[in-house]
Design a binder for this molecule. Structure first.
Ligand SMILES: *[C@@H]1O[C@H](CO)[C@@H](O)[C@H](O)[C@H]1NC(C)=O
Ligand SMILES: *[C@@H]1O[C@H](CO)[C@@H](O)[C@H](O)[C@H]1NC(C)=O
Length: 511
């Protein structure tokens, strides 16, 4: 890759989206079949490129005896293993539910198949907001009765109504059709307004500084999981608070300092959830990577709080690393936190494109740069010990909503809610699939080394061994130029590849 700075924003872009309708459906994403890997002398490659490939599979290619002379060299050591993978997925928001529900029955089914079945990305992770977010049609909570500290009036009925786009029904539908078990985690944006100091959930409020309120807020989580369980929805995890360090103030939040979150976990939420939901994974932070390592030190450095914390949730928004190729420090911070707190996992819990007000807000149909940023962030997070990656809304309308706070963004699938038989797969959709479909839960990251030379920086690469004994490599070419590269596999020979510019590949072979 030439050492050119990447354009920080997609100022100009071409529409590389793929249009899908019920009469002209998009191609299913081909799964790996036994004939793709007839024996250990062969490998399979999936390619997505701006030049036209979309998770295009070429199977049963023989390893070669010598390399192709390319400058880009990748080597691997599958006996050196690192973190175990949880999985990949996206958020089942009100906005996604509302958008999908507006489409024809056929298209609704197609969009969900694109994510949750063998014809699609085979997602294994899902995030569910606890009550409303900005990607709702308005603000609501599960208990609007002031001073109801025992939460007598707690109810998730709103999640069965039009107000939330019947979010519960949407989650149940996804769980029914998914061909891979989903690890679901939940995140609150804000408590009921009466629990806040300002009687409002916008403008970055704090929780009322009263023990009665803190314990009511912890009880609220517990009631949420019990109510969803009654509806057949089991959760794997929870984040303590979405973006506790605050947002612009225009939409809901509950601001907490690192010390406040530590104390809330230690004194309220931790004991409450360990008693009521002993298997639930509790994640701290759920905010920008820029807060590492300070939040980890404050919370995980406190033994009493740390005993309740299983992992750290991370968002990508405040970092420039995803915009400038040379800024890799944030990922280095993750590796340091992993070294310092080895028992705690890190999970990317939210990311999207099109979030920068005025200059880069909303969807850009078919923008390749945004897909490449996904690829770079996912790959870099994984190489810095993340156990998985969670996209924001799985689907939105063409305006990047609905969003009551006008905080519209992009999504891998955009649905035309006027022409309700048409939706679009953005390039981001395919980049996500290069990881989610092949790097299965329980996979372990292995040592992968990528080298270039003086005029050609190394292409980014990561690798895994899956529970069923396959080696999966993902190789990203962010350069505008094509490259010849090769992968040396000890005892087998070489994978020789000649790839176009702006492309991503997944290479699979038996271990
Ligand atoms: C809360 O619950 C009580 C007792 O069930 C009921 O009388 C009251 O009307 C409820 N209040 C609201 C606001 O729903
Ligand atoms: C909080 O706001 C609600 C709705 O605006 C209002 O009905 C209630 O009286 C307020 N409570 C306090 C304590 O100000």
């Amino acid at each position: 890759m030439l050492l050119l700075p990447l354009l920080p924003l997609s100022l100009a872009w071409t529409d590389d989206s793929v249009k899908c309708t019920s009469s002209e459906p998009c191609a299913p994403i081909a799964s790996l079949t036994p004939s793709d890997l007839p024996d250990r002398s062969t490998y399979t490659v999936y390619t997505t490129s701006q030049s036209g490939a979309r998770l295009e599979k070429v199977g049963a290619i023989p390893f070669e005896a010598s390399d192709n002379g390319g400058w880009q060299k990748i080597t691997l050591d599958a006996s050196t293993t690192y973190q175990e993978v949880l999985g990949f997925g996206g958020a089942l928001t009100d906005a996604a539910s509302i958008t999908v529900a507006k489409m024809t029955d056929d298209v609704q089914e197609m969009i969900l198949r694109d994510y949750y079945t063998g014809d699609g990305l085979e997602y294994t992770v899902g995030r569910v907001p606890i009550a409303s977010t900005d990607f709702s049609t308005g603000v609501y909570s599960y208990d609007e009765t002031p001073e109801d500290f025992t939460l007598e009036n707690f109810s998730i009925d709103v999640d069965k109504s039009e107000v939330s786009g019947n979010k519960l029904g949407f989650v149940q539908r996804v769980l029914k059709m998914t061909t891979s078990p989903l690890s679901l985690f939940a995140s609150p944006w804000a408590p009921p307004a009466w629990m806040t100091q300002t009687n409002s959930t916008t403008g970055n409020p704090s929780l009322r500084d009263e023990e009665e309120v803190r314990s009511a807020w912890a009880l609220y989580f517990s009631k949420f999981f019990a109510a969803y369980r009654e509806e057949g929805v089991e959760f794997w995890g929870v984040t303590v608070q979405n973006e506790p360090a605050g947002n612009t103030g225009a939409w809901q939040d509950l601001k907490m300092s690192d010390a406040e979150q530590r104390d809330f976990i230690k004194n309220n939420l931790g004991p409450q959830l360990r008693a009521d939901e002993p298997d639930l994974k509790i994640m701290m932070l759920d905010d920008q990577r820029t807060h590492l390592p300070s939040w980890a030190d404050t919370i995980l450095g406190d033994e009493e709080a740390a005993q309740y914390v299983d992992g750290i949730g991370l968002h990508w928004y405040a970092e420039v690393a995803d915009y400038f190729a040379w800024a890799t420090q944030p990922f280095a911070k993750m590796s340091k936190v992993n070294d310092k707190y080895p028992g705690k996992f890190m999970l990317a819990t939210e990311a999207c494109n099109g979030f920068i007000p005025v200059i880069d807000q909303g969807p850009k149909l078919g923008d390749w740069n945004r897909a490449e940023r996904y690829g770079f962030d996912i790959l870099s997070d994984l190489n810095a010990f993340a156990v998985g990656w969670t996209d924001w809304n799985i689907a939105l309308d063409l305006s990047g909503g609905p969003n009551w706070a006008k905080n519209v963004v992009d999504a891998p699938i955009l649905a035309d809610t006027d022409a309700t038989d048409t939706y679009y797969r953005n390039p981001m959709y395919y980049y996500l699939g290069h990881f989610s479909k092949f790097v299965r839960p329980g996979s372990k990251r292995i040592q992968v080394t990528s080298t270039g030379n003086l005029i050609s920086a190394a292409m980014e690469a990561t690798g895994f061994v899956t529970p069923d004994g396959k080696v999966v490599l993902v190789v990203l070419n962010r350069d505008f130029a094509g490259h010849k590269y090769n992968v040396e596999v000890e005892g087998r020979g070489f994978v020789n590849v000649d790839v176009d510019g702006h492309s991503i590949q997944t290479i699979i072979f038996d271990q």
